[in-house]
Design a protein around this ligand. Structure first.
Ligand SMILES: Nc1ncnc2c1ncn2[C@@H]1O[C@H](COP(=O)(O)OP(=O)(O)OP(=O)(O)O)[C@@H](O)[C@H]1O
Ligand SMILES: [Mg+2]
Length: 556
């Protein structure tokens, strides 16, 4: 029940208030019910985004910025959520994204369903602790089942890597170009993969992703090198330098401005002339320093003075300025150059190397390409597309594709998708439940039913009848068709291997882990104590004063 300010004790009939005025507390069943409802509301909200037939969401933030996406994590990120249990669902998506990069929608839907089934059990009188224990056992069994059915592949085998990437993009706005983008993602990841004994490791930070409005998505390219979203600073400079020796400067190429306004009294015209000449000499010396080091390309993190630009141009040196710090780091890695703060220290050994540095016109802008770097591992993906929002979604989808390819390169095992693995887990759990005594069996059975939400939602989003779908799937899995899943395009049940719908084992395992963790964490809570700063906590049905819990509507 929600009571205000009631964490109190009775001493000799006088209540001692422990919580500050305005604090609220809900305990027992009410706390549980509220939390479950809030978490399920989140799962319900993103259900329609699952799968290739899922819909996109348009999210408008407080400043009016619009995002269009079907990426579970992004949807939840952009929603202004305040209910603590609902926020935990956002965390599920974040964990999923951080660990494996895909499957965020699935994990949240699964967590919501686990909670829904748990609520049914609680209503029947099963204690939440029993449910939690059952769910943990079920998750272990589910992970074991996944391991058993997983298909081993070659870590650097392009065929399956591409299929996995295509599947991850099938549900996105970019699905029309999924084949081409998948190829780019596979090439990029294999380019940066490092082999350590028998295993591969991939650091996705090695892959630079840039986007530029204009042209169509099919013009998206993989570049063996780096791309800087900067143009050459001076029209007199060369636009193309072969065998580039690159100086990476972290400080500005200009005369430092004094912190205070200084006044100089000039009486004769010669004085101003000599003053300006002095300044010019200092700048010339800077350029001379660069020239003597053998540099022919300057990349500066800060600004380059107009006069320095002019002198550099005269020496035939190409320069770009105001390059992002993260790009400077990538350049250092790619070209083998050392970023320099003080030009005095610049020497030949600090210079990076690339076969070619060239400014090219991309759309309405100019970008600088650094190709044939000393470190052949550096690659960049330059995404093209008509509209900024489309480009943003394309970047997120390519991120998912890169992540799933990395997952398989690192752990070379895959499963077919379309809800098939979830159905297989459900089948295994039904069998497992039989072996356990008492109420735990109920929890395992609930978990088994909850798994079916994935094929069910995929089917529902494709307009299929849920009951027919589920019955046929169950029958076919019982018959041993372990890869039977939902062919959302033709509205039938099919062996997902024939459709080439594959996902990394790592992603499927993580969805189970993240969903179970969130569900059990929420189920374990039986007391919510909200400080006075929060709005009045929600009231369970039964006539207590109203009020939403932050962003959630009353009743949540
Ligand atoms: N051609 C297909 N036919 C049937 N199911 C498919 C097909 N392609 C993908 N799927 C399924 O769609 C689901 C993935 O959908 P989606 O990418 O929208 O969600 P997610 O991966 O859980 O979350 P997110 O991508 O937002 O992080 C998986 O279960 C996958 O097997
Ligand atoms: Mg996905």
């Amino acid at each position: 029940m929600w009571r205000s300010n009631v964490l109190s004790a009775q001493t000799g009939g006088v209540p001692v208030l422990i919580l500050r005025e305005g604090s609220g507390r809900s305990g027992g069943r009410d706390a549980q019910r509220n939390n479950i409802m809030a978490a399920r509301a989140i799962a319900e909200a993103i259900k329609s985004a699952l799968g290739p037939k899922g819909m996109d969401k348009m999210l408008v933030d407080s400043s009016g910025d619009v995002t269009i996406t079907s990426d579970g994590r992004t949807i939840l990120d952009k929603m202004d959520i305040e209910h603590p249990a609902a926020k935990m669902m956002v965390e599920v998506a974040k964990t999923q994204d951080a660990e494996v990069g895909d499957g965020t929608t699935t994990s949240v839907i699964l967590a919501g369903e686990l909670l829904g089934k748990a609520e049914d059990l609680i209503n029947k009188g099963v204690h939440p602790t029993v449910i939690v224990e059952g769910y943990i056992k079920a998750a272990d069994k589910a992970l074991e089942t996944l391991e058993n059915i997983a298909i081993p592949v070659k870590p650097a085998g392009k065929e399956f890597l591409k299929k996995v990437a295509v599947t991850s993009m099938a549900s996105k706005l970019v699905s029309e170009n999924k084949e081409q983008l998948a190829e780019i993602a596979v090439e990029a990841v294999l380019h940066v993969a490092r082999k350590v004994e028998q295993d591969y490791t991939v650091d996705l930070d090695d892959i630079m992703v840039e986007k530029k409005p204009g042209e169509s998505m099919s013009e998206t390219r993989l570049i063996e090198g780096l791309v800087l979203d900067k143009e050459v600073v001076h029209s007199g400079m060369p636009k193309r330098v072969e065998k580039a020796k690159i100086a990476l400067l972290e400080s500005a190429l200009e005369i430092k401005k004094t912190e205070f306004d200084a006044k100089i009294n000039i009486e004769r015209p010669e004085q101003i002339e000599s003053f300006l000449r002095e300044e010019e000499d200092v700048l010339k010396a800077l350029v001379e320093k660069i020239v003597t080091s053998g540099t022919n390309v300057v990349v500066c993190q800060k600004g380059v003075d107009d006069m320095v630009q002019h002198f550099l141009a005269r020496k035939g040196i190409l320069a770009v300025q105001r390059v992002k710090k993260s790009d400077m780091e990538k350049l250092a890695m790619a070209t083998g150059g050392k970023p320099i703060t003080n030009l005095e220290n610049l020497s030949k050994s600090d210079l990076g190397f690339a076969e070619l540095v060239e400014e090219r016109k991309i759309g309405d802008d100019k970008m600088t390409f650094v190709e044939g770097c000393k470190n052949p591992r550096s690659v960049a993906i330059l995404i093209r597309g008509a509209d900024k929002r489309f480009l943003d979604e394309a970047e997120r989808s390519i991120h998912d594709a890169l992540c799933v390819v990395r997952d398989v390169v690192q752990v070379p095992k895959i499963v077919a998708g379309g809800g098939a693995p979830e159905m297989e887990i459900a089948r295994a759990l039904r069998g497992y439940a039989e072996t356990l005594p008492g109420r735990e069996q109920l929890a395992i059975r609930s978990c088994s039913e909850a798994m079916e939400i994935v094929p069910l939602t995929l089917g529902e989003n494709a307009g299929l009848d849920p009951i027919d779908l589920l019955l046929e799937l169950r029958t076919r899995h019982e018959k041993g068709e372990k890869w039977a899943g939902v062919d959302v395009f033709r509205g039938i049940i099919k062996d997902m291997r024939e459709l080439g719908v594959y996902e990394p084992l790592a992603v499927k395992k993580q969805t189970i882990k993240s969903a179970t963790e969130a569900a059990t964490m929420i189920l374990r809570v039986d007391d919510v104590i909200a400080s006075g700063k929060m709005k009045a906590p929600p009231m369970p049905p039964g006539g207590m004063p109203g009020g939403g819990y932050g962003g959630m509507p009353p009743g949540y």
